[in-house]
Design a binder for this molecule. Structure first.
Ligand code: SF4
Length: 210
C-alpha cells in the first residue's frame, strides 16, 4: 500500500491504532504469508475452480445463518459486492451453491452449499495446508492462531473492515442466562453448530456476558 493510501481520511493511520509504520526493509513474515496463500493452489491441486471460487465455497460451508449472503461474503473476501455476487452466481451455475429463502425472513435469501458443493470440498486444495498446521505441536498451533487472530484484527482496523470470528470469542454472545447461548446482536438463541461457525457480526474485544 502506498503512503498516500495509508493516510487516506477513511483509513486510520497505523500510529493512531498503535501500529508502528512499516520500515523500508521487506518483512519476511508478511511475504511468507502471501507465498503460503499462493502455494495452496499450486502443484497437483484441483484447479477446476479459481481461488476466489474456492474461498466462496469454503466460506458458505463455514458461515452461520446470519452471514451466508453475498454481501457478507464480499466483506469476508475484501472485494466489491459486484465481484462477490459474480463469484456466487458462477458457483450456483456449477450446482455447488444454491439460493434458499431465509428461515425467519422469507423475503431475503441465504446461500447454501449443495451436496455437490460438499463433495467438491472433499478435494479442497486448502487441506494440505490444514494438515501441515495440524502437524505442529498443540502449544505452537495455539500460539500461531492467536498471532494470526491478532494480525487479522489489526489489519481489519487499518482497512476499516469487519473482523470475522466465532461466538465463543464474541462480545455479543451472552451465556449468563444458563439456558444456552444468546446473541445480543441478532437477538437469537444460538445452537451448537452456530457457535462453531464464522460470523460477519462478530465483535472482537467487546465485553462479554457469561
Ligand atoms: S454472538 Fe457474535 S459471532 Fe455469534 S452470532 Fe452473535 S454476533 Fe455473530
Amino acid at each position: 500500500m502506498s503512503d498516500t493510501a495509508t493516510n487516506s481520511p477513511s483509513i486510520p493511520a497505523p500510529q493512531a491504532i498503535g501500529i508502528p509504520l512499516a520500515s523500508e526493509v521487506p518483512c519476511h513474515s508478511a511475504e511468507l504469508l502471501v507465498h503460503l496463500a499462493r502455494l495452496v493452489h499450486g502443484g497437483d491441486t484441483d484447479t477446476s475452480l479459481t481461488p476466489a471460487q474456492w474461498t466462496a465455497l469454503r466460506y458458505f460451508a463455514s458461515a452461520n445463518r446470519f452471514s451466508r449472503t453475498p454481501t457478507a461474503f464480499s466483506e469476508f473476501h475484501a472485494t466489491t459486492k459486484g465481484t462477490a455476487s459474480q463469484t456466487v452466481k458462477s458457483l450456483i451455475g456449477l450446482g455447488l451453491l444454491e439460493r434458499r429463502a431465509h428461515d425467519s425472513d422469507g423475503r431475503s435469501a441465504m446461500i447454501e452449499v449443495t451436496a455437490a458443493g460438499q463433495a467438491k470440498l472433499q478435494r479442497d486444495p486448502l487441506a494440505d495446508l490444514t494438515r501441515c498446521i495440524r502437524a505442529l505441536p498443540e502449544p505452537r498451533r495455539r500460539e500461531f492462531l492467536a498471532t494470526l487472530t491478532e494480525l487479522g484484527g489489526a489489519l481489519a482496523r487499518l482497512r476499516t473492515a469487519p473482523t470475522f470470528g466465532k461466538c465463543g470469542d464474541c462480545g455479543h454472545c451472552d451465556t449468563s442466562g444458563g439456558s444456552g447461548a444468546y446473541c445480543r446482536c441478532t437477538q437469537e438463541m444460538l445452537n451448537g453448530t452456530e457457535m462453531q461457525s464464522i460470523c460477519v457480526d462478530f465483535a472482537q474485544g467487546a465485553p462479554r456476558l457469561r
